[in-house]
Design a protein around this ligand. Sequence first.
Ligand SMILES: Nc1ncnc2c1ncn2[C@@H]1O[C@H](COP(=O)(O)OP(=O)(O)OP(=O)(O)O)[C@@H](O)[C@H]1O
Ligand SMILES: [Mg+2]
Length: 448
Amino acid sequence: MRILIVDDEKIKRVTLADDLTAQGHEVDTATDGEEALEKLRGRPFDVVVADVKMPRIDGLELLRRIKQGEQAPATEVIMMTAYGSIQLAVESMKAGAYDFITKPFRNEDLLPLLARLEERRRPAAGRSMAPPSLGPEVERELIGRSPAMSRIKKIIEICTRTDANVLLWGETGVGKDRIAQTIHRHSHRHEKPFVKVGCTLFPSHLIESELYGHERGAFTGADQRRVGRFELAQGGTLYLDDVDDIPLEHQAKLLRAIEEKVLERVGGTELVQADVRIIASTKKNLLEKVGEGTFRQDLYYRLDVLRICIPPLRDRKEDIPDLAEELLTRIAKSRAFRIEPEAIAALMEHDWPGNIRELYHTLERAYLLGSEDITADLVRAQITRWPDRNNKAERWTGGSFQETIEQTERELLETALQEAGGNKSAAAAALGMKPSTFRDKLAKHGLG
Ligand SMILES: Nc1ncnc2c1ncn2[C@@H]1O[C@H](COP(=O)(O)OP(=O)(O)OP(=O)(O)O)[C@@H](O)[C@H]1O
Ligand SMILES: [Mg+2]
């Protein structure tokens, strides 16, 4: 392809030009937007790789002029942005950039991107299946017309066009898993695996074996070679759920796997290539964890390239009617159901600390009890009232301090479990507790 590299930083410009020439491309360079425009007027290019920050005409302006120009559709633009400048990356994608890559990057990181672009430019025959387009399908997959959800869908659309890592941030049950899957299904990786790793779920010493696999005999009990999740996700998407739970001592290796796309199985010496796109989720403010020193800053920047903050359901109650309809359709499968308008109103009064998952389980119970006819009373009876924190005096029944604590703990566990429809992991998540701790406590109270 004919490629124009635009960067005021000489070293990057020259080494990139060399490396791309070595790959068989025809490469020219410019030191800023103005020079780039001049060269573009001379002869068309297939691709422009431009830095965002440049003197005179900057990258974003250059992008806009290219896209408004006569040969706009023929020239694709890849932007180079700095880490932490999500806003600029998103803006360039909105302005029509083909993709972006975050600096600093290794020159070879640009190659898969260029290969994808080249593939797309080839005539349709022999090309692999294009991912299903976003539009109406996403509307069905992700219910919600609130301004917040509409914004989220726009960012999702950008996430599907690029290979950049994504960080999903939101409370339990807001739809992080669902969004991660939607992004994967509509990305160019959609024919390759989507692999989820729950970072909370396994004990610290098994994390490495889970992620990178192990060789036979790597440790006691490792009687078989095991392929890790990174390798299973080869060519596809790796979803790191609750990434904030990865202990600090494992973060350096994870960073390397993400950054260099190579890994070593536990007990192995061979370097394994792992071409995966990372989507990570967290319920916590990762920046706070970075401040506390429990999460590596360099890892944080690798993960937080595109960020999607998903607000809790209580902040977008206007989505509740559509969601209720969709969830009930799911619950009822192909059977009929009816929900009273008053029942919808009752749903909208509640604050939904467990968000959409809580809504789902509440509707499920109401549906089962109401034989397909869901009334407001039924809904109200099924909404779980969490122990009222303001009603302190009532909680004390005269027992000792320890008895009262134990009693309260038991009630909390029961409520959380009921709330989560018996799903222990979800109940633990709702309480902000590790699943293992949750299970231990259940056992202590004879509930497990
Ligand atoms: N926008 C949506 N439209 C339809 N269903 C949704 C939407 N968001 C979430 N759901 C449904 O709500 C439930 C919870 O969603 P999901 O598992 O994605 O939440 P989560 O944020 O990953 O929760 P956790 O942090 O506890 O893992 C699922 O049944 C999911 O299908
Ligand atoms: Mg989840």
